[in-house]
Design a protein around this ligand. Structure first.
Ligand code: IPD
Ligand code: CA
Ligand code: CA
Length: 263
């Protein structure tokens, strides 16, 4: 199945690149979220294409979601992760496809069409970047880390404050912080060892599903934002190499930031 998923992700990626060369139409959803003609074209294509791979599976795609989870198994699809980047001609975006069987992600692929990089995993089979296997880093020192994070579209004190405090904390202690604008690629880069860790408080299933499996299969650790077991209904995520995970999570989940001195 993973070979077919990767093929579908590559085909959807080609649609994004074709659209990038045209006059992209941008409109706004609720919460200041952008949507472009490319998001819609990619999702329309994937709904049909993935049904050919597994006709009995439901479909949970960002652009057509009605707020209800389909009966499992179902596909979890972000047809264009990094829409804001895409709309500005900033070449950091991806297609993300995962297959959820009702209790876990069985297979997933994140495809970056600008670099022709497909990050993929099938449960129990390890993680790959194109034809090579990949693994998370094994550092256990925050001072050796590059971390990434993201911010929700609708930024207000109630959903921003905690992350700004966390950001301030890490900024003084790690080698670098990145904010790519594509949570799916952030997770793929954790899996590939290009980043040591990632956290984001407000995410949707399609941002995380494929990356959750790929990071785990690359030997990393994932959890919900607050440290519980990650699940398709989780609203955020922490992901990193196994050795650094306890230090990252300890700092994120401590609400009293003065306690961060002990992290
Ligand atoms: C967004 C990106 C971004 C993250 C946002 C997501 P979209 O997804 O993944 O990195 O910070 O929270 O909504 O809207 O580009 O598919
Ligand atoms: Ca997304
Ligand atoms: Ca999207």
């Amino acid at each position: 199945m993973i070979v077919e998923i990767e093929r579908a992700a590559r085909e959807a990626g080609a649609i994004l690149l074709e659209n990038a060369l045209t006059d992209i139409q941008v409109s706004f959803k609720e919460n200041h979220e952008l949507v472009t003609t490319a998001d819609l074209a990619s999702e329309k294509f994937l709904k049909i294409r993935l049904a050919e791979i597994e006709p009995s599976a439901g479909f949970l795609g960002e652009e057509s979601w009605n707020g209800e989870y389909p009966d499992p198994p179902f596909w979890v699809v972000d047809p264009l992760d990094g829409t804001n980047n895409f709309a500005h001609g900033y070449p950091v975006f991806a297609v993300s496809i995962a297959f959820w069987n009702g209790s876990s992600i069985e297979a997933g692929c994140i495809y970056d069409p600008t670099r022709n990089e497909a990050f993929s995993a099938a449960a129990g089979k390890g993680a790959r970047l194109n034809d090579s296997s990949i693994s998370t880093t094994d550092t256990d020192r925050l001072g050796d880390c590059i971390l990434a994070t993201g911010f929700p579209y609708h930024r207000k004190p109630s959903n921003l404050g905690v992350n700004l405090e966390i950001l301030k904390y890490f900024l003084g202690r790690v080698q670098g912080i990145r904010r790519s604008g594509s949570a799916a690629l952030d997770l793929a880069y954790v899996a590939a060892g290009r980043l040591d860790g990632f956290w984001e408080e407000h995410l949707k299933p399609w941002d995380m599903a494929a990356g959750a499996l790929i990071v785990r299969e690359a030997g990393g650790e994932i959890s919900s934002f607050t440290g519980g077991e990650w699940d398709i209904s989780s609203t955020g995520m922490v992901a990193s190499g196994k050795s650094i995970y306890p230090k990252i999570q300890a700092c994120i989940r401590t609400p009293d930031l003065s306690l961060h001195r002990t992290c």
